[in-house]
Write a protein of this length. Structure first.
Lengths: 248, 248
DNA sequence: TCCCTTTTTTGAACTCGTTCAAAAAAGTCC
DNA sequence: GGACTTTTTTGAACGAGTTCAAAAAAGGGA
């Protein structure tokens, strides 16, 4: 439940190979048997190694889950590219990306809860809010940057600047809903996406209205600040209680 | 990590006494030593009982944490009453309630992360989103109902009806921020509260404008639906995959 | 090739949450 | 008070994540 140990960097071809073997075995088991039955012991056994060996390459079970994040993000990214090239309106782009996100995640719905669970721990390396440096999070937001940047829409600069982050937050919310969604084929989640994307589009138009400028400015300043606070860039290593002096 | 067993109802004065002893010991340790060191064994030992005995009264560690929720909510409620009687504007009422919430939680900041963590598991009885019937959640929202109901403010009925739920969601968000907040005395959280309350007040005014009616309607319908989906009232026991037929 | 360092691998432990059968204590009814 | 039932309490076990010292294997000069 703690596990801040870093996954050892491999120093050898042999090591690289072993690490990959463990990872693939783990992902496979995760998919086939769900989270509960994917124990570290089971992974090691199936991969034909000792338990301790697995821990040499992945400091904790969380680190293994981290790899899952990476993989699904890559899948989502790959799946999104065609849609992003085809569509030009912000609304259509967002709709496609969100639907594809759920498509990608769907095979893992069963254990997504546990996933989100470990991610909620502020000290977990998986937490998407802490550790701005975490590549997954960065890449994940980058997708929304692309989504916004190349869309033709008249959006004020201040809003356009924060929009990727806001959409990323929105997408986290949808995932949270999806985790709890037990409707057939996640019909509710898809419906929610349709409706919220529509609404978001309207709200963005609204917020772009010159009359809204003062409120918008205030809201965006808040968002920017919030974002910085939640993600103390770079060297914040989150030691247990110490990190109290950074009042930057 | 599973633990759906219910905490046994006590049948005896002796039992009642033992249960209370366990609970008090647990809360005390939680406060003094943090979550990590408050193991079931440690609790049992400090209370002078066997480990199995503790499990007889609390089916899992989660059930013990549930009690923590209850306790802090009661504390917050008690602390809020004076402010709610003194203040009449929505803004002032909300500001007080939110600040007091953080005041109440502060002693437990150290292990609040883990708390939120277990709460994120859709199958956990602690999850504030699942189980509308959960008394904590219900009571928690009720506080915001009171907050809204007795405030003098010209708010359209449709918005007024959903506002308690929305404010509850907002308050969950603030708690999430607070959990990650490592600034001295949680200065950032308090500042965030000040700013967001101000902003919310402005947004509520905005949304109350007759011109906003169509968008507002659409948004509120979505919120109402989302709320129902996330909280399948009463008998939805969240069995693994079954609950698929309720399309109400 | 031999020696020394580094990396990989093992196996045995430890902790903690959780379960369960059975012993002990309390309660109940005659 | 005795016999039976129910509740409380115990103690030992299991499975899972994690740690660690030490053995085995690989690398790297000379």
């Amino acid at each position: 439940m703690k596990s801040s140990k870093k996954s050892t960097t491999t120093k050898t071809a042999k090591g690289e190979q072993t690490k990959a073997l463990i990872l693939n075995t783990a992902l496979e088991m995760l998919h086939e048997r769900g989270y509960e039955h994917t124990t570290m012991r089971a992974i090691a056994e199936k991969a034909g190694l000792s338990l301790g060996n697995a821990y040499h390459y992945f400091g904790s079970k969380d680190h293994l889950i981290q790899a899952f994040y990476d993989r699904t993000h890559e899948d989502h990214l790959r799946a999104s590219l065609p849609a992003l090239q085809k569509e030009s309106s912000l609304k259509a782009r967002l709709l496609s990306v969100m639907r594809l996100k759920i498509d990608t995640l769907e095979p893992y719905h069963e254990f997504a809860g546990v996933l989100f669970q470990t991610a909620a721990d502020p000290y977990s390396p998986l937490n998407p809010f802490a550790h701005a440096a975490a590549p997954v999070r960065r890449n994940s937001i980058k997708l929304f940057e692309d989504l916004v940047a190349e869309s033709k829409a008249r959006i004020p600069h201040d809003l356009r600047a924060e929009l990727p982050y806001l959409l990323w937050l929105y997408h986290m919310g949808i995932i949270l809903f999806w985790i709890h969604d037990s409707s057939r084929k996640r019909a509710r989640t898809y419906r929610l996406i349709d409706q919220t994307v529509d609404l978001l589009d309207k709200l963005i138009s609204l917020a772009s209205n010159p009359l809204m400028r003062p409120v918008r400015k205030k809201a965006l300043r808040l968002v920017a600040e919030l974002r910085d606070d939640l993600t103390p860039d770079s060297s914040a290593k989150v030691s247990d209680e110490e990190a109290e002096s950074e009042d930057q």
